[in-house]
Unconditional design. Structure first.
Length: 251
C-alpha cells in the first residue's frame, strides 16, 4: 500500500505550526515558565483549565510522568470533555455567564497562584470570565489561545473581549480559525485539526521553561516519575507527601 498523501500533509502542517510557535512565541513561553517558577519557589499553587477539547492540553500537564507534581486541574463540571451527555451540552456550558465565578469561589485557588487558561477561540463566556475573575482574586493568568480568533470572530462575552484581553501572559498557538488544516476534493468540510498537537506542545514547552528557571534559582523542581519504572511509585509517594498542601488531585 502506498503512503497516504493527506497523512503526510497533516504532519507537514503540524510541524510547520510547531516551528512557527517555537520561533515566534519563545519569549512569551519563557515568561510563562518564569511566572510558574516564581509561584513554585514562593510556595504557591498551579492550576490549569480548559473546556471541551482544550481541556485535553490542560489534562496533559496534570499528574503525569515527567510533569510538575504541583499542576492541578481546575475542572468545571460538564465542560471538561466529550464524556458529557449529550456532548453538545459541554459546548453550551462554555457560553453560560457566572459559571466561572462559582467555580473559582469554591476552588482552592487564591492570590499569588498561577492559572493557565486554555481556549482555542478565547471567545466564549467561560474562559473570558475565568480570566477576569482569576485576576480579580489576585491570581496570575497565562492564556493559551489562537489570537487569530480575536481578529476574525466576535466575542460571545458581554464585554466584547476575548481571553487574550484578560491575561498577564498570552501564548498564541497560531491555529487558524476553524481548526482544520486540510481540504480535499470530495470532502465538503475542512478537516484534520492540529490544535491539540500544538497546544499540548506549548504547554510542555512552558513547563520545561519553568523547570529550567527553577534549576537556575537552585530550587529542585518537584517532578513526577513514571509508575511503570522501578522505584517510580515510591518516588511519587515522597513527592506527594512533601507537597501535599499544594496538590489537590489526590484528595
Amino acid at each position: 500500500m502506498s503512503d497516504s498523501k493527506l497523512a503526510s500533509q497533516f504532519f507537514d502542517a503540524a510541524i510547520g505550526l510547531l516551528e512557527r510557535v517555537r520561533d515566534e512565541e519563545s519569549g512569551n513561553i519563557a515568561a510563562a515558565g518564569a511566572a510558574i517558577a516564581d509561584t513554585v519557589a514562593a510556595g504557591g499553587r498551579l492550576f490549569a483549565f480548559g473546556a471541551g477539547h482544550s481541556s485535553l492540553a490542560a489534562q496533559d500537564v496534570v499528574y503525569r510522568a515527567g510533569g510538575l507534581a504541583l499542576m492541578n486541574l481546575l475542572a468545571v463540571p460538564g465542560s471538561v470533555g466529550v464524556d458529557v451527555m449529550p456532548a453538545p451540552l459541554g459546548s453550551a456550558l462554555e457560553r453560560v455567564n457566572g459559571l466561572a465565578g462559582a467555580v473559582l469561589d469554591s476552588s482552592p485557588a487564591k492570590a499569588g497562584d498561577v492559572l493557565v487558561i486554555i481556549s482555542l477561540s478565547g471567545r466564549n463566556a467561560l474562559p473570558v470570565e475565568m480570566a477576569m475573575n482569576a485576576r480579580a482574586l489576585g491570581l496570575k493568568v497565562i492564556g493559551v489561545t489562537s489570537v487569530a480568533y480575536a481578529h476574525g470572530t466576535r466575542s460571545r462575552h458581554g464585554s466584547g473581549g476575548f481571553l487574550r484581553d484578560h491575561c498577564d501572559i498570552v501564548l498564541d498557538s497560531k491555529i487558524s480559525i476553524g481548526d482544520a488544516e486540510l481540504t480535499a476534493e470530495g470532502v465538503e468540510a475542512p478537516f484534520a485539526p492540529a490544535s491539540t498537537v500544538v497546544t499540548s506542545a506549548v504547554m510542555q514547552a512552558m513547563m520545561a521553561a519553568a523547570v529550567e528557571q527553577l534549576v537556575a534559582r537552585g530550587v529542585e523542581p518537584p517532578m513526577l516519575r513514571s509508575g511503570n519504572v522501578d522505584g517510580g511509585h515510591e518516588w511519587n509517594g515522597r513527592v506527594m507527601t512533601e507537597y501535599r498542601d499544594r496538590i489537590f488531585y489526590r484528595h
